[in-house]
Design a protein around this ligand. Sequence first.
Ligand SMILES: NC(=O)c1ccc[n+]([C@@H]2O[C@H](COP(=O)([O-])OP(=O)(O)OC[C@H]3O[C@@H](n4cnc5c(N)ncnc54)[C@H](O)[C@@H]3O)[C@@H](O)[C@H]2O)c1
Length: 340
Amino acid sequence: MRMVQVGVLGMGKWWVQVGLSSPDVEVAGYVDINPGHLKVIQEEFGIAPSRCYVDFDRALKELKPDAVLIVTPPEFHEPLAVKAMEAGCHVLTEKPLADTWEACLRTVEAVRRTGRIMMVAQNYRYRPPVQTLRNALASGQFGAPGQVLVHFTRGPRFGGFREEMPYPLIIDMAIHHYDLMRYILDADPVRLTAFSWNPPWSWYRGDASSVSRIEMIPRSKPASGQVHPIHVTYHASWCTRGGATSWNGHWMIYCEHGYLEMVDDRVYVQRSDDSPKEPLPVEPMPLTDQAYLLRAFAEAVRDGRPPETRAEDNLRSIEMVFRTVESCETGRTVRLTGGA
Ligand SMILES: NC(=O)c1ccc[n+]([C@@H]2O[C@H](COP(=O)([O-])OP(=O)(O)OC[C@H]3O[C@@H](n4cnc5c(N)ncnc54)[C@H](O)[C@@H]3O)[C@@H](O)[C@H]2O)c1
């Protein structure tokens, strides 16, 4: 599969390395509006200047790729993805799918219109502790989950667009945890209430802390036949000093017959208050994160089979982000539909 990568610094640089070491794709060219950034990858990775473009249209025309990988800031995801699909390319985009709910809907409409595969880089799914937690819950031995707390606190200093944008935590970060809620709990959100604020010491322009309460409905019926909602609380900040969780967050899942926990990327289960917490073995994976995604994308394109994190499905995850903002701004509980 011949691929063109758009956006090469920041996360793009990581993708350059992933692309170069992948046996599944040939990266035919690189596009970045900043020629200085292209120069950096030429010098660091020995990429030929003839494979570097500042003009996306020209790269599409000259290289005729099968696929486009988008690693630009979110506001450019929609225009680049739609243009790529209209030129006949499949698309793998960094999260978020797009920067507004309307742009997400337009992007998915373009997926349906062009019949191309579009996949979103929800890489947090493909990490060993996350897989361990998900598999333990899916085994059914703890029964149905009823109440969940996801706690995420860190204080990264990014500089750049995240420190200027509104709701940096909710828009740029929470998408990972919201998508994980759907993935780990095998459930979809139906109602959400959220509140956000900016700590007085914040180095962000937009609110960097928030709490959301989300009601989710399991996708499959439990053995009892009775489907009960799962009540999830998401407590998060990108502006803490001390008390950092792992990037995956600290997960506490309270089920009918026990408790599961992921903390500091280790996974534990407990069957009652009187029994000990047992650590579960976290098995390594041959490929994780972006490397896993690139393999999954290449396989999906090769087999013509929609990948797990396809744009159409991702609407349900990204909707949680935009409804969180809506709830923060209106003070109301909002309903989620997945764009239906
Ligand atoms: N999955 C993850 O864990 C993860 C982690 C970090 C960033 N990201 C995502 O990756 C994307 C990029 O974030 P970043 O931190 O690398 O941003 P960044 O601003 O550091 O880098 C973006 C790059 O894209 C280039 N660019 C900007 N607009 C462009 C355009 N219209 N056409 C071509 N090139 C353009 C810039 O010159 C720059 O080289 C974002 O969507 C972000 O959310 C994902």
